[in-house]
Design a protein around this ligand. Structure first.
Ligand SMILES: [Cu+2]
Length: 184
């Protein structure tokens, strides 16, 4: 059994008015990957996209900070995280092993901005899909970072904020918290 964890810290907190934070635990045991994520103080009553991001070439991903706001519009948007965190890889939604990122099956925060997510994923299926997408079956969790996304539509985002995915707006994809995944 291998265990990884992430301490998830706020991103864009000043701009969005709440400091989202939490923890993630990843347990690899036999043919199962069990994912436990618990988040506090996220924008309330809202669905939150969450994924691990990383570099397909094996470069270790690092968490984005305010320093990644390269256009100085006051927000670190999804494209701006890419320089240090790489690309979106595996979603923590209803079916992570399907690696279908844009969907409406992510956890929803309650009135207090709290949510807990638990999922048991068939590891062989996830690794096969990962290899199909990134030409490598090794998830290399200790080289990845976890992102939590999503602000309510009433947050005023300037036009310089980028990162819409299909019909999902920049409100859906704006990063609100991030954590580096480490092996225990
Ligand atoms: Cu993401």
């Amino acid at each position: 059994m291998k265990i990884y964890q992430a301490s998830i810290v706020p991103l864009n907190a000043d701009a969005i008015g709440t400091a989202a934070h939490g923890t993630a635990l990843f347990t690899l045991n036999g043919d199962q990957l069990t994912i436990n994520i618990e988040m506090f103080d996220t924008p309330a009553n809202l669905q939150h996209w969450e994924h691990f991001h990383g570099f397909p070439d094996g470069q270790p991903a690092e968490i984005a900070t305010a320093a990644q706001d390269v256009n100085h519009d006051g927000f670190v948007d999804l494209p701006e995280t890419g320089a240090v965190s790489g690309t979106t890889m595996v979603p923590f939604d209803a079916a992570p092993h399907e690696m279908n990122v844009p969907n409406d099956n992510y956890p929803v925060a309650d009135d207090n901005g709290y949510f807990a997510y638990t999922k048991v994923v068939p590891l062989a299926a996830l690794e096969a899909k990962f290899k199909e997408t990134f030409n490598d079956s090794d998830l290399e969790l200790d080289k990845r970072v976890i992102y939590i996304h999503g602000v309510t539509d009433d947050v005023d985002l300037p036009d310089t904020v980028a990162g819409a995915v299909g019909h999902y707006s920049t409100h859906v994809t704006l990063p609100i918290a991030v954590g580096k995944i480490v092996a225990l």
